[in-house]
Write a protein that binds this ligand. Structure first.
Ligand code: CO
Length: 441
């Protein structure tokens, strides 16, 4: 079985921030014939067509419309239930915890050092960002002949390091350390001579004049590339595995199922801002998915009653990485519902429904895995540990349908360098191929 690891690594290495992630997904979809739609323009869609739309350059929804063949193609102006039964959706998130540069980021120290002033984006393990080469990437908005346009930037150099305090200056360091995000986490980026060079650095990279940059969303990122580890290369290690592993797997399955042969509209939905609660105009808690579904309904002339039937027959797989059993801390896991790396897709359960999985959606997911020949495992928090949240139940407040929360097993979630199993991404692709490729759930 193909393990997809080399192309997964390439995808992650080329995605330092959510903006590059969405750009890469768009490029891949365009290559295989998807047409880009704009939310600002009227949509013209056809049966058998493949489309995608982005919001804020950081979220993306792609979809394929079933073909209509034979006599039906000529007779009907609007799609009917016999032609299109509903939506098959996979959702994942484009963002990862990191540090955002403040609007005026330059800080000087003792007239010798130049540092950058950063703030937290999401809940990362702070200490993992220390003592490693970092750089910055993101987007700038520039004035260009009277128009405001967005340009992506990525400084592909090891320019920043957040240095630790030496053990000699803090003998208690190994007894547990509290880091203050304002005072302990500023990266050292140069000597005092580099002062006032920040915008010029971005401008050079974007190919614009410094004074034309009017807006910026710039983030620190870990310069480490993904690697295989383990005696037989059985593990993978690298930044942003949560959730780019699932994004990559879902994209790959979507691309492999672009033939529009089934009776469901296949969709891939990648949302920004999961790590900060999803409550933005492009997050899972926005109207993005609902708006796209409504425009598909409208564009295909689907009647309201038919649309309601379609939603009731739809299914959503929310794919966001899951905690594997920690080899040094098994006591953190539930006694029974504890996944392992390389042992397959994790179905997540939560009594108070922070995961959307229920008996029905779990059964659908297990059935998909069985048909695909893919192993699956279960995850629940220890009953005395709160655990995290994800996309599934947030999306359901906007558009309600049967939903399962799944993920790939990983360790060190929200570290600057995370760890997962080399077999699991292929399992995800195989299972999602089954989901997208078959009308028989
Ligand atoms: Co996640």
């Amino acid at each position: 079985m193909k393990d997809y690891i080399d192309s997964l690594f390439q995808f992650i290495d080329n995605s330092p921030t959510c903006y590059q992630t969405i750009d890469q997904i768009g490029q891949r979809l365009t290559q295989v014939g998807y047409e880009k739609l704009s939310e600002k323009e009227l949509w013209k869609m056809e049966a058998g067509g493949c489309y995608y739309v982005t919001r804020n350059d950081s979220s993306l929804i792609a979809f394929t419309i079933p073909k209509i063949t034979g006599a039906e193609a000529k007779s009907s102006a609007s799609m009917t239930l016999s032609q299109c039964r509903g939506f098959h959706i996979v959702a994942a998130h484009s963002d990862s915890p990191c540090f955002k540069l403040k609007e005026n980021p330059e800080l000087t120290m003792e007239n010798h050092y130049l540092k950058w002033n950063v703030e937290k984006y999401g809940g990362m393990i702070l200490s993992t960002w220390l003592d490693r080469p970092l750089s910055v990437a993101g987007r700038v908005v520039v004035q260009d002949k009277g128009e405001l346009i967005t340009k992506l930037v990525n400084i592909e150099k090891d320019i920043a390091v957040i240095p630790n305090v030496a053990i000699h200056m803090n003998r208690d360091m190994n007894k547990g350390m509290e880091y203050n995000p304002q005072t302990d986490m500023s990266p050292l980026v140069g000597s005092i001579e580099q002062k006032n060079g920040y915008l010029a650095l971005l401008a050079r990279e974007a190919g614009v004049e410094e004074e034309d940059i009017l807006g910026q969303d710039i983030f620190l990122y870990n310069r480490d590339q993904c690697k295989r580890t383990g005696i037989e290369g059985e593990w993978i290690c690298g930044p942003r595995l949560d959730d780019l592993e699932c994004v990559y797997g879902a994209l790959e399955a979507m691309v492999q199922n672009s033939d529009c042969d089934g009776q469901y509209i296949n969709m891939l939905a990648v949302f920004d801002n999961e790590e900060v609660g999803s409550g933005t105009k492009q997050g899972a808690d926005s109207t993005f998915l609902r708006d796209v579904l409504a425009r598909i309904q409208n564009g295909l002339g689907i009647e309201e009653e038919t649309y309601r039937c379609m939603l009731a027959d739809s299914f959503l797989i929310s794919a966001d990485n899951a905690h594997a059993l920690h080899p040094n801390h098994p006591e953190k896991a539930d006694p029974e519902n504890k996944p392992y790396l390389n042992e397959g897709i994790v179905i997540k359960y939560h009594g108070s429904q922070r995961y959307a999985t229920d008996a029905y959606s779990a059964a659908v997911m297990k059935d998909i895995c069985r048909k695909a020949g893919v192993p699956y495992q279960s995850y629940a928090n220890r009953s005395d540990i709160a655990g995290g949240s994800t996309l599934g139940n947030i999306l359901m407040a906007q558009v309600s349908m049967n939903t399962v929360d799944i993920g790939l097993p990983q360790l060190a979630m929200h570290s600057a360098c995370e760890m997962a199993g080399a077999k699991d991404v292929a399992y995800l692709i195989q299972a999602l191929n089954q989901f997208y490729g078959s009308d028989n759930r």
